[in-house]
Design a protein around this ligand. Sequence first.
Ligand SMILES: [Fe+2]
Length: 292
Amino acid sequence: MSAVQRLVAARGLVRGLTRRRFLTIAAAGTVSGVGLYTWRVEPHRLEIVRRPLPVRALPPALAGKTLVQLSDIHVGPRVSDGYLLDTFRRVTELRPDVVVMTGDFISHHAGFLDQIRAIYSSFPRGRLATLAVLGNHDYGPNWSHPEIARQVVDAVRPFGITVLRNDMRDVAGLQIAGLDDLWAKQFNPSEALRRLDSRRSAIVLSHNPDTVDLPVWEGYEGWILSGHTHGGQCKAPFLPPPLLPVVNRRYTRGEFTLSGNRRLYISRGVGHLLRVRFNVRPEVTVFELRQA
Ligand SMILES: [Fe+2]
């Protein structure tokens, strides 16, 4: 090889190395950027989702009123208190008519009662009603501590939050039933569903969306509002979320049409378990009640 050929080959090698090095640095930068976004940004990048909620036999006076759903707040060491308080402030400023919370007030931890009092004293209240159901995390370790759930219910009550435990309330003519949690073995809907007058408007709150597939609905027609999945928290494009705590893996997030004239809406939730979210922003849902 001549001196000129050696020089040309060496320059090519340097160019190749430089390009490879550049691509490596770019790839590393992208990965760490996505990681940083997934950890530091998206878990607190709340989306306020606005949707109509057409309800059969809705009293005319409720048409156009707002029903705000919050879910899976998970007060505890992994969710920033400041983020939650800011979320509550944003919802309060919307002046909702009805507020519902579909379970998982807490991630259980020592000192949870003090933190409940500090955070839920700012929980947004509906002009007409503020109703909630419990989730599996409200039952403490292994979802098996009813005494912890009772403490949660008692702690939020002074802040105007009524927790429905297989029970229902009439809100200006709209019946709202709240079912207790499936994994905590407290899901017992028959009494609450039997009390619903099928000629009048109704909505059901049930933390775990798998409950809609159980043979317990006794002719109920209408919306079921759920949470529990957090939307999977992370979702790559064109792939299902890797972590989804449901048997029926269709039930990720959003709206589903079900048998028996029922419809399901699954909120992506406000909080998280592990502090990671990617392509699944936290959600507060602002429904506008409409006559179906
Ligand atoms: Fe949850």
